[in-house]
Structures are given as C-alpha cells and as structure tokens.
Design a protein around this ligand. Structure first.
Ligand SMILES: N[C@@H]1[C@@H](O)[C@H](O)[C@@H](COP(=O)(O)O)O[C@@H]1O
Length: 243
C-alpha cells in the first residue's frame, strides 16, 4: 500500500479530491465507489467546489455507495442516500439514474443484495473505490470476521460501530442494527482503492490495517492483497507509524 501522510485534514481532502478528479479526467464515464461517514466530507466539499468553478463534470459518471442502513424510512435524514444527496448528488451534475446505493427498505433483502452486486457488474465494476476506516477495522460495514470472499450482504452492526455512529442520532437506540454493505470481495474488485484516515482516534486502526497480518479479524487488512491501494492519512492518524 502506498501511504501518503498529509499535513492535516484539509490537505487530505484536497489530495482525495484530486485523485477522484484525475479518474474522471482520464475516463469520463468513470464508476466511483463512494463512502459516507465524517472522513470523506472534506473531499465532497472540494469536489463540489471544483464543479462549481466549472472544472469538473460528473455528467457521465456513475456512483455506487458502499453501504446503507436497513430499516430507516426512505425520508429519514440519516439514511446514506440522504447523506449523499446533501454532500454531493444535489450539488453536482450527476444524473440521478447513475447514483446507486443499496435499498435498505427492500422487502426481500437477499434479492436486493444480488441486484446491487449484478448492477455493479453491469456497470463494468468500480474504477476508484473511496474508503473510510472503522475503529475496529471495518471497511464499508464489513465487521470483524466477515469472510474476505464476501459479496454484497446484510450485516448485523457491531456494538462499537453503532456507538461510533450514535453521534449522528438523537438517541443511541435509534441507530439501526442492520445494514447492507458491499462485501470485501466486491471492494477488492475495484481497480484502485483510496483509503482516507483522519484523526488521532484512527491511529491504532491505521496501524492495524498496515501492519497486522491479513486476517478477517481486522477486515481492512484485506486491502494488503490489493495491488493498487493509496492511503491518505493526516498527521494525527499517522502518528506512531513505523514506530
Ligand atoms: N459505514 C461507515 C463506513 O463506510 C465509514 O468509512 C466508517 C468510518 O466513519 P468515519 O469516517 O465517520 O469515522 O464507518 C461508518 O460506519
């Protein structure tokens, strides 16, 4: 993995934005794999800025998000669809039909997982997958002990993950208990992977991803098997690396 240490979150966001823009410049109809969470917010902001300056068009781009909560009403402000509308979709020229997230409201969840996986294949697979990193090493919502061979599937969210995401909800009991996520094999099929890691609280997870032996006990170690991974870490997250 190519690890680039960024001065701060601003720098990390600028570099992440540049990588996404480079893919779109090279391949107009790029397929982007997108992540939610706090970490990519700065990157989305910068992508929107570039679009508003007329420097970047998403007209031919398709997007596939990693994951979605199960059971939140479609109009709930904390669905990942709502997050993506707020941070990117409503602010750039992406065609609505080209933006994809798993449907957390589907009545047949297994069928929904299969549909999502098939749609990804039809689109030709992901060119650039943006990832955040969970404290327990999760990527997407692939929690510890998820087989590396997993495709898109339904997950029971880890207690730690629900606690980490409780900050967005009024009441921590409102955090959904289940989600649909791309699997680890789905993620590894991307042509390039960009992992964003910010903040001192992620330092241990970053070390785990880089230095632990590849093990389902720490899902992000699966990325060690991918030939084209760039990690953008700010100094706080990178503190203590190679120590
Ligand atoms: N499902 C998301 C992940 O896709 C995200 O990358 C991760 C880190 O989130 P954050 O960037 O807010 O720390 O946790 C969430 O639970």
């Amino acid at each position: 993995m190519d690890v680039q240490i960024c001065k701060n979150y601003e720098d990390l966001s600028t570099k992440a934005c540049a990588r996404v823009a480079a893919w779109i410049a090279e391949k107009e109809n790029s397929v982007l794999g997108l992540a939610t969470g706090s970490t990519p917010e700065g990157m989305y902001e910068k992508l929107v800025e570039q679009h508003q300056k007329g420097e970047l068009s998403f007209r031919q781009v398709s997007t596939f998000n990693l994951d979605e909560y199960i059971g939140l009403p479609a109009d709930h402000p904390l669905t990942y669809r709502a997050y993506m509308n707020d941070h990117l979709f409503s602010k750039v020229d992406l065609l609505a039909a080209n933006t994809h997230l798993p449907d957390g409201q589907a009545t047949d969840l297994m069928a929904e997982c299969a549909r999502y996986e098939a749609l990804l294949q039809e689109a030709g697979g992901v060119d650039l997958q943006v990832l955040g990193l969970g404290h327990n090493g999760h990527i997407g919502f692939n929690e510890p002990e998820t087989p590396f061979s997993s495709a898109t599937h339904v997950v029971d969210l880890d207690v730690k993950t629900r606690e980490a995401n409780a900050r967005f909800f009024d009441n921590k009991n409102d955090v959904p208990k289940k989600a649909i996520t791309m699997g680890i094999e789905t993620i590894l099929a991307a042509r390039e992977i960009l992992v964003l890691v910010s903040g001192a609280d992620k330092a241990e997870a970053l070390r785990g991803m880089l230095y632990r032996e590849s093990t389902p006990a720490f899902p992000a170690t699966a990325l060690q098997q991918h030939p084209n991974v760039t990690v953008l870490a700010d100094e706080q997250a990178a503190n203590g690396l190679s120590g």
